[in-house]
Design a protein around this ligand. Structure first.
Ligand code: 26Q
Length: 818
């Protein structure tokens, strides 16, 4: 019996009902009649799990048997969103589940609402990781996603008097039905202590004598492919205090101290850092990074690989993909394992290591490039610091050999920086160690090579490459936009869900008036659905007939939410001053969604301003209800799935050269919104694909930005030169949005006038002019719908399936297995 394979329950409505009731009774311990919505949600989730289980176990078995090369995706963040609907879709059970529940008097949609999304990421980078593992499973490529099971994910945002307040995200309060804890498979992870050399039978060797340990407990999550019977694994590590032996290190003998030591250890996976740039260099953050990376490498070497595996063949079995610099400490960790523990020669170990890593960079902002002070790193990971020094010495020797004793260049390329304090430049370490280094959109990759790492590009020809980001069409089209999906499937058949370039075939349908009318009806239905969600969630009313003008993303000065609110203020001012009659406004609702890092004061000021402008504008009857601002708090994946399909206009307005790629921009275009955007990140590629006539371009290009900086940028000159801009800023400064208090938004206004690092004022006039064109274009609904359909038809390129194929073909060399 132990050898009998696990079998899935019968894929029938009756089979599903039976399994559901079993789970309700035996796993929740309740009767249907007395069960809560939570009980029913859990029982449903367990039922879906049961159907996927046989596939999962079979995949794990086959992967052990075949030993094909796979991808270990190392990411500190996975912004998964809700799991239920995705797993129903992947297993092809949505209709059966819906019917089965209905026969029990339960509405599937009510149960969907019960799930608390695991918000284990900040934004783009974390969501990208989630899209990538979905695509790998769908492509049938062996992959384990490794990360951290934060007990608290990204904070829950509320507003008090228009200002952001952060609440803890207790996503595990009721537990999660999707996780499989394996405390028996915990790994011991060490920190601190010192290093020493010793005589190993005549050979001098180094070793690490750690100071303290924690346990890393794996929690496994299913990652099902789309209706292909494949199930990969996401393995997130949770920190647990080790037994009393290790606690003794902290233990002065008393009980209270022992409990404190436990708390200390378990702090490591307690909370996601809510910063998504300007890393603070906090010790706990480095502990998190080493914790999950060391556990993951151990897991792969000791558990996944066969016992007798020849480690010189490691690059044939695994590629560790580094999602930004957050997991880069994996490089010296693998070296330490190979050299200190497996007793390999340094050169052999380094040759292997260089083939086992590849690095993705997600930024161009210099302040976002992660560095760790040598003091901190040496204190927490003394052996790793020695290894990094050795890597750097060897690297700089090679640089000298190539470029001569150009000490300027040596200093610039050193993995160790000297100012303001001696520190390890993690992006340099990743670049030196990685087989490939990639940016996330064409423009970004080009700037990365030319501006950020030009010396490295010259030294490592062929190492730098581009892989343009993508998004999963399963979650962001098929699930988020069922009506558009039905329309597309009606026109093309269902193959587009895994072959998104097929959307091209919609181009001809864009010329069919009847198809355009059906498309318009889908958009209208999505707006009604959003309206219902915002009413229920936030008590907001979405007005009929409004253009929905949407800007949803993290709050950052470089993304320029400020520019969008200046447009709103400009329109408002033009009406209250009497220069424009309200009846001439194209009705619009500006929808914002954005979280600010808790320590980012200017970002929080901007949130406050948006809310303040919203309160005033929404209440002013002179606008005759033709201009509205909605800012639902706590924008997350779940809200994105409702907002994006309802949008008419997608705001992608970062200063050129600052947004590495953007992925929201892709989701909007695929859902038939038109973009107003700068020539930045993946906007460039979106515009190329959809055509200039279907994209609202404005603002300086990256070279123009550079040129203006070089000339000397004086934002006040733009203020003086543009009447609309002056009136808008003066209105904010006057206290019109702060009950007459001129001090409230003074920091914003003076920042714009005298600093304006992200050139909001320089791009203002071109933005406003382009928005006038947007209004005019929207007035012709039929032409707008045609453009919107062409956006859908021409953006199939942005499927994360395509991104994954690019990584597979050009970086990983991991074809689909069995
Ligand atoms: C680092 C150190 C300490 C604390 C926090 C961090 C940290 C955490 C998250 C730094 C950066 C992030 C996230 C960055 C991010 O989301 N970048 C975005 O990545 C997307 C996917 O490639 C791109 O589309 C966006 O352009 C880019 O901004």
């Amino acid at each position: 019996l132990a050898l009998a394979p696990v079998t899935a329950p019968a894929s029938t409505v009756d089979g599903f009902v039976r399994e559901f009731l079993q789970n309700l009774n035996f796993n929740r311990g309740v009767a249907l009649s007395t069960s809560s919505a939570t009980d029913r949600y859990f029982a449903l989730a367990y039922t879906v799990r049961d159907y996927l289980m046989a596939r999962w176990l079979e995949d794990l078995r086959r992967q052990r048997e075949v030993q094909a090369k796979g991808v270990a995706y190392l990411s500190a963040e996975y912004l998964l969103g809700r799991q239920l609907d995705n797993n129903l879709l992947a297993s092809g059970l949505t209709d059966i589940a819906s019917e089965a529940l209905a026969s029990c008097g339960i509405d599937l949609d009510d149960l969907r609402q019960q799930e608390v999304e695991p918000g284990l990421g900040n934004g783009g980078l974390g969501r990208l990781a989630a899209c990538f593992i979905d695509s790998l499973a769908t492509l049938g490529v062996p992959n384990t996603g490794y990360g951290i099971r934060y007990e608290y994910g990204i904070f829950r945002q509320t507003f008090e008097d228009g200002q952001q307040v952060e609440q803890p995200d207790s996503w595990l309060a009721y537990g999660s039905p999707w996780e499989f804890p394996h405390p028996e498979a915990a790994q011991t992870i060490s920190f601190g202590g010192h290093t020493e050399t010793y005589d190993d039978g005549g050979v001098q060797r180094s070793r690490w004598v750690p100071g303290w340990n924690v346990q890393a407990v794996p929690y496994n999550y299913m990652v099902p492919g789309y209706q292909n019977g494949r199930v990969n694994t996401l393995r997130l590590w949770s920190a647990k205090a080790t037994n009393s032996f290790d606690l003794r290190v902290f233990n002065s003998g008393d009980y209270e101290e022992a409990v404190r030591a436990q708390t200390f250890a378990e702090n490591i996976s307690k909370v996601l850092y809510p910063e998504d740039s300007t890393p603070q260099g906090k010790e706990l953050r480095l502990q998190q990074q080493y914790f999950f990376v060391a556990a993951s490498i151990k897991d792969f070497l000791d558990v996944t690989l066969p016992k007798d595996f020849d480690l010189t063949k490691l690059p044939d079995r695994i590629i560790f993909q580094l999602n930004d610099t957050h997991p880069v400490i994996a490089v010296p960790e693998l070296m330490r394992v190979l050299v200190d523990e497996k007793k390999m020669e340094w050169e052999d170990a380094w040759a292997i290591t260089q083939k086992c890593f590849a690095y993705t960079c997600h930024t161009l902002l210099p302040e976002a490039l992660e560095v760790w002070s040598v003091d901190l790193l040496g204190h927490l990971l003394p052996r790793h610091l020695e290894i990094i020094y050795r890597i750097n010495d060897d690297f700089l020797d090679a640089v000298r050999e190539r470029f001569g004793d150009d000490e300027m260049r040596i200093r610039d390329m050193s993995i160790i920086g000297e100012h303001p304090v001696r520190s390890v430049r993690m992006a340099y370490l990743a670049t030196v160690a990685g087989a490939k280094v990639n940016g996330v959109a064409e423009l970004h990759s080009q700037l990365l090579r030319e501006k950020v790492l030009p010396d490295f590009d010259e030294f490592f020809p062929g190492k730098f490459t581009n892989v343009t980001n993508g998004v999963t069409p399963r979650r962001f089209v098929r699930l988020a936009n069922p009506e558009l999906s039905a329309l597309i499937t009606d026109a093309l058949g269902s193959g587009w869900v895994t072959d998104l370039e097929r959307l091209r075939e919609l181009e001809t349908h864009a010329e069919d008036p009847e198809f355009r009318a059906r498309f318009a009806e889908v958009k209208a239905a999505n707006k009604r659905r959003l309206s219902a969600v915002l009413r229920e969630r936030d008590g907001f009313e979405v007005s009929d007939g409004h253009m929905l003008d949407v800007m949803v993303k993290r709050l950052h000065e470089y993304k320029r939410q400020m520019l969008k609110i200046l447009h709103v203020v400009t329109q408002y001012e033009s009406v209250i001053s009497g220069r424009v009659v309200a009846a001439d406004l194209q009705p619009r609702t500006a929808i914002f969604g954005a979280k600010a890092a808790p320590g980012y004061a200017m970002a929080k000021n901007i949130i406050h301003l948006i809310n303040a402008v919203g309160s005033v504008v929404n209440a002013d009857t002179r606008l005759e209800g033709r201009l509205k601002v909605l800012f639902p708090p706590n924008y997350n994946v779940t809200l994105a799935e409702r907002v994006i399909p309802a949008a008419d206009l997608s705001e992608q307005i970062s200063l050129a050269g600052k947004e590495a790629s953007g992925t929201g921009n892709m989701k909007f275009a695929l859902n038939g919104a038109l973009t107003i955007g700068t020539d930045d990140g993946a906007n460039v590629e979106i515009r190329e694909l959809v055509g200039d006539e279907n994209f609202f371009l404005f603002g300086m290009s990256e070279p123009e930005v550079e040129a203006l900086w070089a000339r000397g940028y004086k934002p006040a000159e733009f203020y003086q030169a543009d009447d609309n801009l002056r009136r808008a800023l003066d209105l904010i400064a006057s206290g019109a949005f702060s009950r007459g208090d001129r001090s409230t938004f003074e920091p914003i206004v003076s920042n714009l006038l005298y600093d304006d690092r992200f050139m909001v004022l320089a791009d203002y006039s071109s933005y406003i002019a382009e928005q006038v064109k947007v209004d005019a274009a929207y007035a012709d609904q039929d032409a707008w719908n045609r453009s919107a359909i062409l956006n859908v038809a021409r953006t199939g390129f942005f499927s994360s399936d395509r991104s994954m194929r690019d990584y597979i073909d050009r970086i990983w060399h991991t074809p689909p297995s069995f």
